[in-house]
Design a protein around this ligand. Structure first.
Ligand code: BJ8
Length: 425
């Protein structure tokens, strides 16, 4: 890493020793998991570059944007609408983290039995290793699961710029009205932060930008319906993860380039693995960078992942915002309509999610579903039981996995995953 980056990280208040250690582990992990894969599309070179510069060039770009007067807004959830952020002349970045860090410090603030995703968020803050968090002018939390809701109360005193959004938990008329009111309040908060009054033209443009980004990912997903699968689940997951960090226009172009390449592969019936390799749909908690453990286990056990029913995946990216409205009010309503369909497990009851899992099994011709729940994540672990039962009733083999970010259970998970895949053959 260049000296420029070191002074940049220092100016952001990072702990350089701890940060070096994190980048060292991340680099090794990426090398072992990603760069050892066979038959990767050439277009993945772009994502390799993004990952090699994830705390370097991208942070520099964000800091340059800040110098030019733009604001950076960090988010932990797909309920936070990027359209409003972009329309207010700000850039949105994802802050969820997928690795354990500074756990001793974290457990002084949070109970031990908190999910790894929340603990990791705190570890990255307390360990001073996340340049995205430190570069953010506003950090948006949301009242979703109980763990996050209460954790933001403890995060507030650690940062100077936390904004908390309320999210409905029931899909009723009142639920929609709450989401609309909260998006209006968020719009005002963004306007106050940036000094920009959001108008219809900019909101429309922002909607189109985010729609294009989602459409590129939809195109990628559709190509994964082919047998043999033209891209590994690990590589597709990486594209879904980078969705939250990259410049939206460049991301859209890069994903579309990979799709051009994959279209040729599909036409030539070339895949990352032979035809009729067991096809897995992953479903459950989101997987933030560098949480690649389970997909890596699955894809080194003789199967290929063909879809993710996850917020870092199709739950987060499906459905577009209708951009035809002419007024700010009409466009805001269209944004509410789109996000109100997100079927996170915090919603009760939540039949849409089960329907979506079943739709995905059919569309991606999955042979089985692996339900991924983070330990101590009540919403997804609770939902996993009826979801698995409903799938089994329809003769769709399902494996429920409960894990965390540590590597201690790799051997045990591999044994279970291999037995499951064997059964699918
Ligand atoms: S819309 S899934 S991104 S809340 S794993 S912190 S649920 S205890 S992440 Fe999420 Fe928004 Fe929902 Fe999606 Fe809680 Fe579970 Fe932890 Fe979780």
């Amino acid at each position: 890493m260049s000296e420029d980056y070191r002074s940049m990280w220092q100016n952001l208040g990072l702990d350089l020793v701890a940060h070096d250690a994190l980048l060292g582990v991340l680099g090794k992990f990426y090398q072992d998991i990603y760069l050892t894969q066979q038959n990767r599309p050439e277009g993945m070179g772009y994502f390799d570059f993004v990952m090699s510069e994830v705390h370097g060039l991208r942070i520099k770009e964000l800091l340059d944007e800040k110098k030019a007067g733009r604001k950076i807004i960090g988010s932990y959830c797909v309920f936070v609408p990027e359209e409003i952020v972009l329309a207010g002349n700000a850039t949105m970045v994802g802050l969820c983290a997928g690795a354990d860090f500074a756990m001793e410090e974290v457990e002084k603030i949070l109970p031990r039995n908190t999910c790894a995703l929340i603990k990791s968020t705190f570890g990255f803050k307390l360990g001073k290793v996340c340049p995205y968090l430190e570069a953010s002018d506003m950090i948006v939390g949301e009242n979703t699961c109980d763990g996050k809701k209460k954790a933001y109360e403890s995060l507030g005193p650690l940062v100077s710029n936390l904004y908390v959004m309320d999210i409905p938990q029931v899909k009723s008329g009142q639920g929609r009205a709450l989401l609309k009111a909260e998006y209006q309040r968020f719009k005002q908060a963004v306007e106050k932060l940036t000094g920009v009054a959001i108008d219809a033209a900019h909101l429309k443009q922002a909607i189109e930008t985010v729609n294009s980004k989602r459409q590129a990912i939809h195109r990628l997903s559709k190509l994964r319906q082919a047998d043999p699968a033209p891209i590994s689940g690990l590589d597709a997951l990486l594209a879904n993860q980078v969705f939250f960090y990259d410049n939206p226009l460049r991301f859209t172009d890069s994903v579309n380039k990979i799709c051009d390449e994959l279209e040729k592969r599909v036409a030539e019936k070339k895949g990352v693995s032979p035809a009729r390799t067991p096809r897995i749909l992953m479903s459950g908690c989101p997987m933030a960078v560098p949480n690649w453990k389970l997909p890596w286990i699955v894809e080194t056990s003789g199967a290929v992942i063909v879809g993710e029913e996850s917020c870092v995946g199709e739950r987060g990216t499906r459905n577009l915002v209708n951009a035809s409205g002419r007024t700010v009010d009409e466009l805001m309503d269209a944004i509410v309509d789109r996000y109100f369909q997100v079927d996170c497990a915090i919603i009760t009851p939540n039949p849409d999610r089960l329907n979506h899992v079943e739709e995905m099994v059919k569309a991606y011709k999955a042979d089985g579903v692996i339900h991924y729940g983070l330990q101590f994540c009540q919403p997804y672990l609770m939902e996993a039981i009826p979801v698995a039962k409903a799938l089994e009733d329809k003769k769709i083999p399902t494996l429920r996995i409960e894990t965390d970010y540590s590597m201690e259970d790799v051997g045990q998970l591999k044994t279970r995953v291999e037995a499951f895949i064997e059964m699918l053959k």
